[in-house]
Design a protein around this ligand. Sequence first.
Ligand SMILES: *[C@@H]1O[C@H](CO)[C@@H](O)[C@H](O)[C@H]1NC(C)=O
Length: 211
Amino acid sequence: MRCTILSLVSLFCGLILAQDDGNTPETEKTSETQSCFPDTCNLLKEFGSLREKLGIMETRLKDSENQILELKKKETTKIAFSAAIGGNGQQIGPFNTDTTLIYKTVITNIGNAYNESTGIFTAPVAGVYYFTIFCHAGGDREGKLFLYKNDDLVVMTSDHITQYDGADNGGNAVFLQLQQRDQVYVRLAANSHVWGSDLHTTFSGFLVTQM
Ligand SMILES: *[C@@H]1O[C@H](CO)[C@@H](O)[C@H](O)[C@H]1NC(C)=O
């Protein structure tokens, strides 16, 4: 369609130029050719190139819109949890093997990535996460916790048996880069214990940023 219009206009312009036989007074000739037809030719040419540019702009706009949607999705992924061990004043442990702790009292679980029936946090998206563990225990046994990423020990707390120190506390924290579906959880070391309460021994984490 555009080709047809352009060639018709070229033909038209050609005819106009051909009519200029040299007898037309100089002023009239100038005003006729400049004020109308060649301008139309140029306009149509410009229109063509504008349409081309518009096509490119449309593509770029679509790309930008898609990128914004992706960023928005990232921005709206919120993951944060805190859970306490629970247990109503009963000591938890000792067990004769390392045992995954189930923090039963959920305080916050935005995004539901922490599973309160297994004690395991599963990363819903890849990114950098921050985890903390705090524990409270009596002094008559070790109070020792391990924070794992999948099968790897990452950080731990460790409190030794003492006769003179009745109350032990420990904690640790770590930034972890996780892939989607990586698991983070806490194990109680064999022969150690923690105090069971909704207030003292906690496991928390949140998504710092997606990557
Ligand atoms: C928590 O884990 C249990 C046992 O694997 C599973 O049956 C349950 O669906 C999980 N809950 C959520 C919310 O994923």
